[in-house]
Write a protein that binds this ligand. Structure first.
Ligand code: BDR
Ligand code: CA
Length: 311
């Protein structure tokens, strides 16, 4: 199985990405590191514990990472995810605890403890922890198999500002470090995730699974959808972070190419913009496999099949 570590700010869509991975024998989830993003860190950490408990996978360690971006004030998104970040289901009290080690140290030590080029970081939130780990322990850049992240945008441009996608916007300095680290990078931007819409029929199919996980996923997606539908006026809300898990499980349902991506840091107007040289108009080094599109039917079929395997 492919060894992965999640770095995440759950978030309903992070939750679905993590649950699908925990249900997949192709993936060995070595741990979950939390970061401040959609909601503050104490919420993201409790939410990660809720997810491993729901999946019956409390063997997967959860470690809390950074509670704020490297340089900027934290920007959150309760307007999308609700005050706890995982609004929708009626969650039971959490019974397990996060590990004592700081998330950054957990990342570094876990990557060092595994054979070279066998660990992939799946980054679903602001890139603070991943960047801090690369700064603290530059040797992990060489050791990683890769980083697959949800973030950025090309033609779809932005969701938190007209120019920037939320995860990159919240900690652009961290993103710049990650995009410049020389680690094989795969990026699932809004261009892909906006096509993966949780239509009422898809949510009902998840609810219809009848297991605890399917019900919770349907309740979570119905909650975050109420905001997104108004915003976009589409037939269903975009489902962002599960694209990362789906890319690991079935890369053939996505299309993209290797390009140069730089992060805008200086301008207030376009802070956190992912400047993507999709047409190769510069000779800047190609630093990311940029996914441009995906098959939504195949994506939801995969999610349904994986969530069905959980309790
Ligand atoms: C990203 O921002 C968060 O709100 C979601 O969890 C996702 O990671 C989408 O822009
Ligand atoms: Ca997220």
């Amino acid at each position: 199985a492919r060894r992965v570590i999640f770095d995440t700010d759950p978030g309903q869509d992070d939750a679905v990405a993590i649950l699908a991975a925990l249900a997949s024998p192709e993936l060995d989830v070595l741990g979950i590191v939390t970061v401040a993003g959609n909601i503050p860190l104490h919420h993201t950490t409790r939410n990660a514990l809720r997810l491993v408990e729901l999946a019956g996978r409390s063997d997967v360690p959860v470690h809390a990472g950074c509670d704020r971006p490297m340089r900027r004030q934290l920007v959150t998104a309760e307007h999308v995810h609700g005050p706890t970040g995982l609004d929708g289901p009626d969650w039971p009290e959490v019974t397990t605890k996060a590990g004592a080690a700081h998330g950054i140290d957990f990342l570094i030590e876990t990557i060092r403890a595994q054979p070279e080029k066998t660990v992939t970081i799946l980054a679903l939130g602001p890139l603070t922890n991943v960047a801090m780990a690369l700064v603290k322990a530059p040797d992990i850049a060489e050791r990683l198999e890769g980083i697959v992240l949800m973030g950025g945008a090309y033609f779809e441009v932005g969701n938190i500002t007209p120019a920037a996608e939320f995860n990159i916007f919240v900690d652009p300095e961290a993103a710049a470090i990650v995009f410049g680290a020389g680690v094989p990078l795969t990026v699932l931007p809004l261009d892909v995730t906006h096509a993966m819409r949780s239509t009422p029929a898809r949510i009902e199919a998840l609810r219809g699974l009848g297991n605890k996980a399917g019900t919770a996923v349907a309740q979570m997606l119905s909650f975050s959808e109420s905001f997104d539908l108004k915003k976009y006026g589409w037939d269903g809300a975009p489902l962002h972070d599960p694209c990362v898990t789906a890319f690991l499980l079935k890369p053939e349902i996505f299309e993209g190419r290797q390009i140069n991506v730089e992060i805008e840091l200086a301008s207030e107007l376009t802070r956190g913009m992912t400047v993507a040289d999709y047409w190769g108009v510069t000779d800047r080094p190609k630093n990311a496999f940029y996914v441009r599109s995906g098959d939504a039917e195949a994506f939801y079929a995969l999610l349904l099949e994986r969530i069905a395997r959980l309790p």
